[in-house]
Design a protein around this ligand. Structure first.
Ligand code: KIV
Length: 279
């Protein structure tokens, strides 16, 4: 009998960095996808607020609520045995007051059964990070392009291109590590800035549009699998075209129904228990 896979913990990610092993992270939003990607050996599942765009059809992540993240986190943790599940804290769920941030993160851990939370920003969120860690909630930071700041940043553009901006980001990264973050997402920044952060910190960096030097990489799964046809970022790599496969499968099904080929009569005869079981 195959041995059950051991659940990945926060400490395992730090160990991976120490051993020079890269970390593979993907966004996951439901139990079925969680089961499949667990079989594939993905290390970290992020229930990202990107669900606002790829699941809910919004143009930004800003309309995503704590209830929505909670709903999807519960589904993902039900389908996960091995990966570390990180729940994204949505816009305004951690910026208003520290007690509110603790209560909201606590729900994602207690009710959603996530193992950690992720939140965006540097200096402005340091106190929240410290207090969450004090409360026993592991925190993944997120620097560079911060999608929850899309209006302030005037769009989804690469960050930290100027030396002063890069210096500030590197300093923010050090501060997040000191505040207790166990890992850091670096989104849309130059590869050399990501390399410096990765070399300076002892916690793992996870890049997205930040070049090859990070300790791990994350992609929005819908981009990676060709399910998102709307706004795919230029740095995303598509590993499959499941969108086109689904369209073809749905066309074949519709054609079978229209031609009377599905369902087949022999599966629906009144033999004992016919049609009673699911495959
Ligand atoms: O919400 C999300 O999917 C993210 C990743 C892009 C890192 O934050």
């Amino acid at each position: 009998m195959a041995e059950a896979a051991r659940q990945i913990r926060v400490r395992d990610l730090k160990e991976k960095k120490r051993r020079g092993e890269k970390i593979a992270m993907l966004t996951v939003y439901d139990a079925t996808m969680a089961r499949l990607l667990d079989r594939a050996g993905i290390d970290v599942f992020l229930v990202g607020d990107s669900l606002g765009m790829v699941i809910q059809g919004h143009e930004t992540t800003l309309p995503v609520t704590l209830e929505a993240i909670l709903h999807h986190t519960e589904a993902v943790t039900r389908g996960t045995k091995r990966a570390l599940v990180v729940a994204d804290m949505p816009f305004l769920s951690y910026q208003v007051t520290v007690p509110e941030a603790i209560r909201n993160a606590g729900r994602l851990i207690q009710q959603g059964r996530a193992a950690a939370v992720k939140l965006e920003g540097g200096r402005p969120v340091l106190e929240v990070v410290e207090r969450l860690v004090d409360a026993g909630i592991p925190v993944m930071g997120h620097l560079g392009l911060l999608p929850q700041h899309v209006h302030e940043l005037s769009g989804y553009r690469m960050q930290a291109r100027e030396p002063r901006e890069a210096e500030r980001l590197i300093e923010d990264a050090r501060m997040l590590e000191t505040a207790g973050a166990f890992s850091l997402v670096l989104e849309s920044i130059p590869a050399d800035v990501a390399k410096t952060v990765t070399e300076e910190l002892s916690i793992p960096t996870i890049g997205i549009g930040a070049g090859p030097h990070c300790d791990g990489q994350v992609l929005v799964s819908y981009d990676a699998f060709g399910l998102n046809v709307e706004s795919v970022p230029p740095f995303a790599k598509q590993y499959a075209d499941l969108g086109e496969l689904m369209v073809a499968a749905a066309r074949a099904y519709a054609e079978d129904v229209r031609q009377g080929r599905f369902p087949a009569l022999e599966r629906h005869l009144s033999t004992p228990a016919a049609g009673d079981t699911r495959k």
